[in-house]
Design a protein around this ligand. Sequence first.
Ligand SMILES: NC(=O)c1ccc[n+]([C@@H]2O[C@H](COP(=O)([O-])OP(=O)(O)OC[C@H]3O[C@@H](n4cnc5c(N)ncnc54)[C@H](O)[C@@H]3O)[C@@H](O)[C@H]2O)c1
Ligand SMILES: [Zn+2]
Length: 389
Amino acid sequence: MVFLILSASLYFDMSKSGFAELFCRNNYLCRMNIANSIYSGKIGWQRLQEVIPVYANAGIFILVDENTRKLCLPLLLEKCPVLSHAVIIEMPGNESNKTIEGVQKIWDDMVAANAVRKSLMICLGGGIITDVGGFAAATYKRGIDFIHIPTTLLSMVDAAIGGKTGVNLNSVKNQIGVFALPEAVFIFTEFLKTLPARQKLSGYAEMLKHAMINDESMFEKLIVLNSPEKVCEEQIVLESASVKMQIVSKDFKETGIRKSLNFGHTIGHAIESYSQKYDPDPLLHGEAIAIGLICESFISMRMFGFKEDDLKKMANLVNWHFPHYRFNPRPADELLALMCHDKKNTDTTKLNFSLLCKIGEPVFDQVPGEKLIRESLHFYMNLEVGFFV
Ligand SMILES: NC(=O)c1ccc[n+]([C@@H]2O[C@H](COP(=O)([O-])OP(=O)(O)OC[C@H]3O[C@@H](n4cnc5c(N)ncnc54)[C@H](O)[C@@H]3O)[C@@H](O)[C@H]2O)c1
Ligand SMILES: [Zn+2]
């Protein structure tokens, strides 16, 4: 049976159709038709202890990176002593190891430790671990069960949810992969205690995006909280994760509404690549997306009358928490080329954007055109001289 639970503070109900209907206190409904569940809090730790023995005979593998081995694994083993016999597999936690060679090492370790079709992989880490571990598990012996225990804010609200797994190819991000759902996602916000502030900021940007796509009250709540620390509270993390879960449940393979999750990302991804090319200490994904959110809100204002007041609130929030990014002179041409993934062909008439008519009302497959994209980049660059008033 398909079911979904979200912590003791949210209510769940099973319908006869096999759909799970989830109500949280602000009365929104998440209707699942995919085998995916989120657990958290005490219920989560209990459920994890119940699930693990099912796989004990076939072997349990925990994928970690150097930081989650040191900072997160001890808590997991303390809370779930049944995992003391699990095989630990460590991969270096950086984007350059998110490759098919990185996956091969995991497969090799699994073969060496006799992993079988009924073994379980637990991915304990940020988005790199959940993307790579999910892919390694989904392809090992044509697919073994896996569970995500995300440990960064970004992976709790985004990367661990929705079943996209994969690796980079020749430094093009996420070129190889499969859609594969974990058996469950366990969100334990206590892991965030050791997460560096900059990594929290990165997840904060995705939470802001979720709120903007979702509804006015969630957006206002984040504006009022005005803090990447305060949004690490369990209830707020779960609400944000539910936004993604809800959208993914309607459009798993991203043929329609799931594209709305790309809001801020057409420009954001180009800025991320630009920064990786020029900066010794490049922007994190969420830091680039925060800029993308500002630019794409500006485009939304011009194309669909997105409220200037909401653009102002959001831009000021981002400018308050995120360091202002200084581009080299004349970056717009290069950013446009990066958006088109092609230096020679910058045909912006094919550049698709996901935008907002207003908070809570996304539109996708929109083509703003080169002039407006350039204007939006200049809008961000001019914010350097002060806040948007
Ligand atoms: N599959 C998806 O839908 C999806 C969505 C968004 C992002 N992603 C992918 O996620 C990746 C980025 O994920 P991320 O931002 O979580 O980065 P990450 O996995 O690189 O983790 C960031 C850093 O934090 C460390 N870390 C993790 N948990 C920690 C903790 N609790 N305490 C201290 N340090 C900790 C890690 O070791 C790493 O150094 C990218 O590869 C991106 O492509 C995937
Ligand atoms: Zn993102």
